[in-house]
Design a protein around this ligand. Structure first.
Ligand SMILES: C[S@@+](CC[C@H](N)C(=O)[O-])C[C@H]1O[C@@H](n2cnc3c(N)ncnc32)[C@H](O)[C@@H]1O
Length: 291
């Protein structure tokens, strides 16, 4: 079709830009992270040492690994699981410090391929698995399971229930689940706005000319934020990415975890061990598995 000849379906547009049902995704999360074009931009962002956009900066990663080793009293023979490992920046850091039993899981094929290549080139003993960790089936196998950079906030109630049960099952008795979440003091994150941008050539979400409508909505009564991107291409196609993130309070987190058989060991303001205060943008949690 000649790109100049199409009709916008404004009925569809009105539907797609209406407030979404909670955790309705538009494009499924797995397809977002695995999208051939987007995953390329994402990998670049993960590997860019100057931004915290997809992974935290290298210095923060090193300090986080220091803190985790110290707090979890880790020894090189311990069995570590990194859920949503991305390109393996944390797994690599553990392996460089002599840890020998490391498993990273991610459903981004591009990230896992990059991570495997790095491990092979540097002779690092890391097993990378391309999988949705909601489908993992481990029993009493790991000393530590990590989920780093607020991924714990992206789940619907059903997914979160599944993750907590699977992580609990995967850990040995007394094993540790280490993760971080956003709080309501993450000002950038809970800021409501609508914005639009024209990309005459390409942008983050699409390789061709497109318009991006961004809609950030805060649902304070549900501790929930929607970061919605509606992409309109030159042929009139509409693609919606609904990125949901739930934020937590310390009490909310502790109350949530207890019935699943996790007991609080340590809370901090981030994974480098910064002190947690009432206005910290993050909570880092280390919880022990009771069995
Ligand atoms: C924000 S990134 C963080 C990556 C890494 N933890 C870090 O901090 O460098 C989230 C990662 O989790 C992965 N991910 C999200 N949900 C997942 C799932 N259900 N199963 C497997 N991987 C998942 C994404 O593909 C992405 O690589």
């Amino acid at each position: 079709m000649n790109p100049r000849q199409f009709y916008f379906d404004f009925t569809l547009m009105a539907k797609t830009t209406a407030p979404a049902t909670f955790f309705e995704r538009g494009v499924p999360l797995e397809d977002f992270w695995n999208n051939e074009y987007i995953s390329k931009q994402m990998l670049q962002a993960h590997l860019d040492p100057n931004t915290d956009a997809a992974s935290r900066k290298p210095e923060t990663i090193r300090r986080s690994v220091d803190w985790i080793i110290d707090q979890a009293k880790l020894r090189p023979e311990h069995n570590l699981l990194d859920l949503g490992c991305g390109p393996g920046l944390y797994c690599t850091e553990f392996a460089r410090r002599g840890y020998k039993r490391i498993t990273g899981i991610d459903f981004s094929r591009r990230s896992i391929e990059y991570a495997r290549e790095q491990a092979a080139n540097n002779n690092l003993p890391i097993e990378y698995i391309h999988q949705n960790y909601l489908d993992m089936e481990y029993d009493n196998q790991f000393d530590v399971a990590m989920m780093i950079y607020c991924d714990f906030g992206v789940f619907s109630d059903v997914e979160r229930d599944k993750v907590l049960k699977k992580v609990h099952r995967a850990l040995k008795p007394g094993g540790l689940f280490i993760f971080d979440v956003c709080t309501q003091h993450n000002a950038e994150f809970v800021r409501e706005f609508k914005d639009w941008t024209i990309y005459p050539e390409r942008g983050f979400f699409s390789a061709g000319p497109h318009m991006e409508l961004q809609n950030n909505v805060h649902y304070p009564e549900h501790n929930l934020v929607l970061d919605q991107y509606v992409i309109l291409d030159q042929y009139g196609n509409t693609t919606i990415y609904n990125l949901w993130e739930r934020y937590y309070s310390v009490k909310g987190l502790v109350d949530l975890l207890r019935p699943y058989g996790f007991q609080g060991v340590k809370l901090a303001g981030d994974l480098t061990g910064k002190e947690y205060t009432e206005t910290s943008p993050f909570i880092a949690a280390i919880v022990k598995t009771l069995k």
